[in-house]
Design a binder for this molecule. Structure first.
Ligand code: ATR
Length: 290
C-alpha cells in the first residue's frame, strides 16, 4: 500500500503530547531539546484533544504519520482501551503516559515510576541500597500511584501514606493490596505526618503543596533520621520549602525536575530510535522555560 505523504514526512518521525488542556505541558521543551541535540528531523507537538475526541484521534494517528506520543490528563486511563499491548506498569497503574507503534501494534506504557526511580538513581546513586526500607509518601493523588508502585518494586518493605483525605489514601492502599502487595501499605492521619517520621528512610511529597500558587507544605522534620533522603515531585520552585528544610538539617535531597525529564526518555527512544540522556544542560533548558 502506498502512502500519500511525502518522502520527508515518512523519513521524519513525528510524536505528540495530547491532553485537555495541553498548554502547560513541558514535554515539547524536553523532546525539542533532544531532537535539536541529535540533529534529528523528527518533530514533537502539543495537541489539544477533548475527552470526546480521543477515540478518533487514536484511530487517525497512524495515518497522520505519528510514531506515537505522550498522553496526559484527562486521557491517561481512557487511552488503555485503544492499545493493542498494555505494558505491566500501565496495567498495574491503570494509566498510560506513553504510546508507540511496534510491529504494527499500538503499545501503551506508564513511565512515571521509572522516571521517579531513575532520577534518584542518577542524583543519589545507592539511595536504595538498604534492603526493606520504610518510605513515607505525602499525598494520594495521581502522582502518588506510580511512585508507590516503584518504591515497592525497588524493595521498600513499608510505604506509609499520609493524605489530607485519609479515605483516598485507604482506597489507594486497597488497590495495591489487590495487586498482591500485602501489608506493605499503611495509612496515617495527615496531622500525624511529622511525628511518624522517626524510622523513615525516604520521604516523598507527591501532593501539590509547595508548588507556586498552592499553599505551602507544612511539616516538621525534627523527628526524621539524618540518614533519610527527601524528595519532592514539585519542581516549581526547584527548591521547595520541604527540600530547603531537609537540606539545612543535613539530609540528602533530590528535587522533582529530574522525574519529569527521565519519564520522557523511553518515549523518545521508541519514536526516534535513540536513547537520550538527562543532563545538566537539559535541566537548565527546561528551568529557563518554567
Ligand atoms: P493529581 O491526581 O494530579 O496528583 P490530585 O488528585 O488533586 O492531583 O492530588 C493532589 C494531592 O495534593 C492530593 O493528595 C491532595 O489531597 P486530598 O486527597 O486530600 O485532596 C493534596 N492536596 C492538595 N491541596 C492540599 C491541601 N491544601 N492540604 C493538604 N493536601 C492537599
Amino acid at each position: 500500500k502506498t502512502n500519500s505523504s511525502s518522502a520527508l514526512s515518512s523519513s521524519a518521525p513525528k510524536a505528540f503530547v495530547i491532553g485537555w488542556p495541553i498548554e502547560q505541558s513541558k514535554s515539547p521543551v524536553i523532546h525539542g531539546y533532544w531532537l535539536k541535540k541529535f540533529d534529528f528531523a523528527g518533530s514533537y507537538e502539543k495537541i489539544a484533544v477533548e475527552p470526546g475526541a480521543l477515540a478518533s484521534f487514536i484511530a487517525e494517528m497512524k495515518d497522520k504519520g505519528f510514531a506515537g506520543g505522550n498522553v496526559t490528563i484527562p486521557h491517561k486511563q481512557a487511552v488503555l482501551a485503544f492499545a493493542d499491548v498494555v505494558h505491566p506498569a500501565a496495567k498495574r497503574l491503570q494509566a498510560a503516559n506513553t504510546l508507540w507503534f511496534e510491529d504494527g501494534k499500538l503499545h501503551a506504557d506508564n513511565t512515571d515510576g521509572y522516571g521517579f526511580l531513575a532520577n534518584l538513581d542518577q542524583l543519589q546513586p545507592g539511595w536504595d541500597s538498604k534492603k526493606g526500607g520504610h518510605a513515607m509518601v505525602l499525598g494520594a493523588g495521581g502522582a502518588a500511584r506510580p511512585i508507590i508502585n516503584g518504591l515497592i518494586e525497588r524493595g521498600f518493605s513499608t510505604v506509609t501514606i499520609a493524605n489530607r483525605t485519609k479515605e483516598k489514601a485507604e482506597m489507594l492502599a486497597k488497590l495495591f493490596t489487590e495487586l498482591g502487595y500485602d501489608d506493605q501499605l499503611q495509612c496515617i492521619e495527615w496531622e500525624e505526618r511529622s511525628e511518624q517520621l522517626c524510622d523513615i528512610d525516604l520521604l516523598v511529597n507527591t501532593s501539590s503543596l509547595g508548588m507556586i500558587g498552592q499553599p505551602p507544605l507544612e511539616i516538621s522534620l525534627s523527628a526524621l533520621p539524618a540518614s533519610a533522603l527527601v524528595t519532592d515531585i514539585v519542581y516549581n520552585p526547584l527548591e521547595t520549602d520541604l527540600l530547603r528544610q531537609a537540606r539545612m538539617r543535613g539530609n540528602l535531597v533530590v528535587d522533582g525536575l529530574g522525574m519529569l525529564l527521565h519519564q520522557a526518555v523511553p518515549g523518545f527512544e521508541h519514536w526516534f530510535g535513540k536513547r537520550p540522556t538527562v543532563t545538566e544542560a537539559l535541566r537548565e533548558e527546561v528551568l529557563a522555560q518554567l
